[in-house]
Design a protein around this ligand. Structure first.
Ligand code: DAH
Length: 359
């Protein structure tokens, strides 16, 4: 073999001859004194470190691999006589163990402090939860639905963007009727074919939509938004809510209508409520009435009602000789204002929490 090296690369692998530095001679006593003072210093210092940075500093000072104090003492071992070395080595190892244990104890202590800092202090007062609640109009809608469902009326929805047929024509509101005036409606810039669409001006649209899809007998209520370009004041708003009621069965009369409205009103407002009908006109009911309710000595106009006009029944394919029905439409804001004693309906929409949180 030409090479003396196991790896075959003589120059790279061959270990360099050690340059042995001469270690100064030292006595066992001197060595022991050094090691004991190191142990005392280290245990004392590690016993009081209070944070990670000073712990690391102490570790380097005492146990640092290059120039830590333990390392320098280890080097002194070479200066002892061969006979003294075993005893010195034992002391050295004891001290090293003690210092390492002190370091671990310090690490444990700091970790504990950190965990304590993260821990929840169960004696502190908690952050109060701010519980919200439903808007008074939504509460009113839900309450009306609940009362009406006990009277057998199913709650249904209809679209807010409507066509001429459902908002007007099927309800016998002819082309010349002032209710179709562009100034009294929110007509949209979009149309379905030649049919301009609008934001529905009344929930009576849902009567038509339901009757087109179902056969009598039926009892429905529909609560939702309607839109009219009214100037906002204490009793008007360009968007408001209506309750629409419709009952179509054989032999329905105005007496049924009045009973249902009275039952509803006394359930909703509580106590003895009176319902009064005043003659009126709506194109889709015959006869038609205005509905007033008296509660706590005050009469309030709540909306309109009447017997469904035979022309409307015919428009949806019902036989007016077979069935009759009643319908009513009430203002949700009026009902809510009456119930909660609110004088200005604009307050419902100002989104002032100080107002809303009272209900
Ligand atoms: N839709 C009418 C309005 O907005 C209210 C109304 C009157 C509804 C009579 C009805 C009704 O169902 O029968 O003024």
């Amino acid at each position: 073999m030409p090479s003396s090296s196991r790896c075959g690369r003589p120059s790279a692998c061959r270990s360099r001859p050690r340059s042995r530095k001469a270690v100064p001679t030292v006595s066992l006593d001197a060595f022991l004194a050094e090691i004991e003072s190191l142990r005392a210093d280290a245990v004392a210092a590690l016993g009081v470190v209070a944070d990670e940075a000073s712990l690391e500093q102490a570790r380097i000072e005492f146990l640092g691999a290059k120039s830590g104090r333990l390392k320098s003492i280890q080097k002194m071992l070479g200066g002892l006589s061969v006979a003294e070395r075993p005893a010195a080595g034992k002391h050295f190892n004891d001290a090293k163990q003690a210092i390492t244990a002190a370091l671990e104890a310090a690490q444990g202590r700091l970790a504990g402090t950190a965990a304590e800092a993260d821990a929840i202090d169960v004696t502190l007062p908690g952050d109060p939860l701010r519980l919200g609640h439903l808007h008074p109009i939504t509460q009113t809608i839900r309450r009306v639905q609940e009362i009406m469902s006990r009277l057998g009326f199913e709650s249904v929805d209809g679209p807010e963007v409507e066509d001429q047929w459902h908002n007007f024509e099927a309800l016998a509101i002819g082309a010349e009727h002032p209710a179709r005036d562009p100034l009294d409606n929110f007509y949209l810039a979009v149309a379905r074919g030649a049919d301009p669409l609008l934001l529905r001006s009344q929930t009576s649209t849902v009567q038509i939509r339901v009757m087109e899809q179902r056969k009598p007998p039926l009892r429905i209520v529909s609560l939702g938004r309607v839109y009219r370009p009214d100037t906002a004041d204490a009793t008007h708003y360009p968007m408001f809510h209506q309750v629409e009621g419709l009952l179509v069965e054989q032999g329905t009369t105005m007496a049924h209508l009045k009973s249902v409205l009275r039952l509803f009103a006394s359930s909703f407002l509580g106590g003895d409520v009176h319902v009064r009908f005043r003659p009126s006109f709506f194109p889709f009911t015959e006869p038609s009435v205005e509905v007033d309710m008296e509660w706590g000595g005050r009469w309030i106009e709540m909306g309109g009602a009447g017997m469904v006009d035979p022309a409307v029944l015919a428009a949806v394919g019902y036989d007016p000789d077979q069935v009759s029905g009643f319908a009513f439409g009430l203002g949700v804001e009026r009902i809510a204002a009456r119930r909660y004693g609110v004088a200005d309906i604009r307050d419902f929409y100002r989104n002032d929490v100080r107002f809303l949180e009272q209900f």
